[in-house]
Structure formats: structure tokens, C-alpha cells
Design a protein around this ligand. Structure first.
Ligand SMILES: Nc1ncnc2c1ncn2[C@@H]1O[C@H](COP(=O)(O)OP(=O)(O)OP(=O)(O)O)[C@@H](O)[C@H]1O
Ligand SMILES: [Mg+2]
Length: 293
């Protein structure tokens, strides 16, 4: 299964889309909330159930001990998003000031996410937040750059509006060049379109010079539930957002598989111990979960 990172230029729906994909995937799935500006799911969809003692920030210290310690910490900081525990969340930072501590953790976390995807069979999504640039490059603290370099696919989430496309046009060449130079290639980059505004997929692809890999409908009720929490709206489980998200996960899986056939990018060398720690996650069935998934 692929590791897919989602990013935006400006609050376009990264978190809602990442959650929709994670909840809609046909396979076991995992969302790592790695937005350096801070996570929003803990206070939103999780309604504060996961305390500050849980999540991404706590992995920084474990990483300093080694990959095995990181894998153990990772496994114990995942929060179930469904009663069966097949959909999991690594809750994000509680304070943007914590981002600096993560700068040296991203690379090892990328190893863990790839092991989850390739050896434990999870569909892995990364909420990479808004892109921040410094001197024409991805900012080393305000962007989880190593996670983007190492992702199988990087999806820039855009809306079909003039404003969204104008903003994206400036950032796309930088992101593509970074993935080309430091990542698995510029072709890892694609667009996820939120169908809001007058620009259709083919026009968005034309204007931005990048493929639209998937599109999600403008569906405010379910999107609001995913970002703000509360009670799921009527028909949420069969909502256009979740139904299209399910199709999108298929497109994402197929695109990642196609890329993999065409090139060999470096795979993490997991010790059997680390792989074992993460594979055991498949056998656990935690009790907590989020209603309506
Ligand atoms: N498919 C959608 N249809 C309708 N509204 C949406 C959709 N996706 C997201 N939204 C709404 O857009 C707003 C921003 O969404 P979200 O928080 O997911 O964006 P984001 O890119 O993660 O923003 P930030 O950069 O601030 O974290 C929210 O009000 C959310 O409900
Ligand atoms: Mg967000």
C-alpha cells in the first residue's frame, strides 16, 4: 500500500480530505497528522478524547533512542478511528512551537510509515498541512519536508477557484523541483481537487500543468463533521464525500503501483523486530472509536 502525503497552499481541505480517505479506504488505514502548524483532529473529530499525552510530539524523544524505540512509541500513540481499530490516527501536535523538536524525527517516521504501508498492509495518509517556503525551498521546520520527499505520492489539495489555482501556480514548481532533487521524482506530485468553484478537473490540470489524480465533491455537512466533530450529519456514511473518497483511494493505490513499476525508490531496511512491532498492530482491536464511520 502507498504512503500518500496531502498538502495545501492555503487551507483548502487537507485535514477533511485526509480523514475522508482514511475512513473510506477499503483496506486498514492510518492517518499521521503531521501538520507542523498543529493538529486539529484531536479537538475536532475526536472531541478531546485523546489527551495531550498522545501523539506525534512524543515520538521525537523515542526517535533519539533508535528506530525500534520509535516503532514502539508509534504503535502506542495511535488512536483508533473505528470500533474495530482498522483505521488509526497518529494525533498531531498540540502547539506549533513543538514543530522544531520534530525536524530530525521526520526521516525515521517516514521509515515507520513505509513499513506500515509495505509490510503491515496499511493505506497510509499524511496530513502535511500548508506548505511553507523559505528562499524558494520547503521550510525545514514549518513543513515536514522529509515526509514529502519519501512519500509515494504527494497530493496538493486545491479548490476549483481562481484564488486557489493562482496560489497553487506559484508553489507547484518549487514542490516539483524539491521532489525531483530530494524525493522520488517530480512525478510523485499530483492534485487532489475539491470540486468547489467553476474550474473542472481537466481545466485545473491544464492551468496547473499537473495531473488531477482524484476529486472530492464539495460536501459541507460531512466535511464539517470531519473537521469540527459533533454528531455526524444524516446519511454521512453514504455521503458523496465518503463515496468519492473511497474511489479516490483506489485511484491513489493504482497510481502508486504504476510509479513503483516504473522506478525503484529506496525502501527502508526494517529489522524484523521493528516490522514485528508494527505488524502486531493488525491484531489489536482497541475499544475506542469515532461514531458514524
Ligand atoms: N470537500 C469539502 N466540501 C466542503 N467543505 C470542505 C471540504 N473539505 C473541507 N471543507 C471545509 O473547508 C474548511 C477547511 O478544511 P480543512 O480544515 O480540512 O482544511 P485544511 O487544508 O486542513 O486547513 P488548515 O491548513 O487550516 O489546517 C473546513 O471548514 C471544512 O469543513
Ligand atoms: Mg488542516
Amino acid at each position: 500500500m502507498p504512503v500518500t502525503a496531502l498538502v495545501s497552499v492555503k487551507s483548502s481541505g487537507v485535514t477533511a480530505s485526509s480523514l475522508a480517505l482514511t475512513l473510506a479506504s477499503k483496506r486498514p488505514s492510518l492517518l499521521a497528522e503531521c501538520d507542523p502548524a498543529g493538529g486539529t483532529i484531536r479537538a475536532g473529530l475526536l472531541a478531546g478524547q485523546a489527551g495531550a499525552g498522545y501523539g506525534l510530539y512524543h515520538l521525537a524523544r523515542a526517535e533519539r533512542t533508535g528506530l525500534e524505540a520509535l516503532a514502539n512509541a508509534f504503535a502506542s500513540h495511535l488512536w483508533p478511528l473505528d470500533p474495530g481499530g482498522h483505521r488509526k490516527l497518529l494525533p498531531g501536535l498540540t502547539d506549533p512551537a513543538q514543530a522544531a523538536a520534530l525536524a530530525r524525527t521526520w526521516d525515521a517516521l517516514a521509515d515507520v510509515l513505509h513499513i506500515m504501508a509495505e509490510q503491515a498492509g496499511y493505506d497510509v495518509f499524511v496530513d502535511g498541512g500548508r506548505l511553507a517556503l523559505e528562499a524558494g525551498r520547503l521550510h525545514p521546520i514549518f513543513t515536514p519536508a522529509p515526509l514529502l520527499y519519501r512519500a509515494d505520492l504527494v497530493l496538493l489539495v486545491v479548490r476549483g477557484t481562481e484564488q486557489s489555482l493562482t496560489l497553487a501556480r506559484h508553489v507547484l514548481p518549487v514542490l516539483r523541483a524539491e521532489l525531483q532533487e530530494q524525493g522520488s521524482g517530480g512525478d510523485a506530485l499530483a492534485l487532489l481537487l475539491i470540486e468547489d468553484g467553476g474550474f473542472r478537473a481537466h481545466r485545473v490540470a491544464e492551468v496547473l500543468g499537473a495531473p488531477v489524480l482524484a476529486a472530492l465533491p464539495y460536501d459541507p455537512g460531512p466535511a464539517h463533521y470531519l473537521t469540527a466533530g459533533g454528531r455526524p450529519p444524516r446519511g454521512y456514511g453514504r455521503s458523496p464525500l465518503l463515496l468519492h473518497a473511497r474511489t479516490a483511494t483506489e485511484h491513489i493505490g493504482a497510481a502508486a503501483a504504476r510509479r513503483r513499476i516504473h522506478q525503484h525508490y529506496p525502501r527502508p531496511a526494517a529489522s524484523s523486530q521493528v516490522a514485528g512491532i508494527l505488524q502486531r498492530l493488525n491484531l489489536q482491536h482497541p475499544q475506542a472509536g469515532v461514531s458514524g464511520g
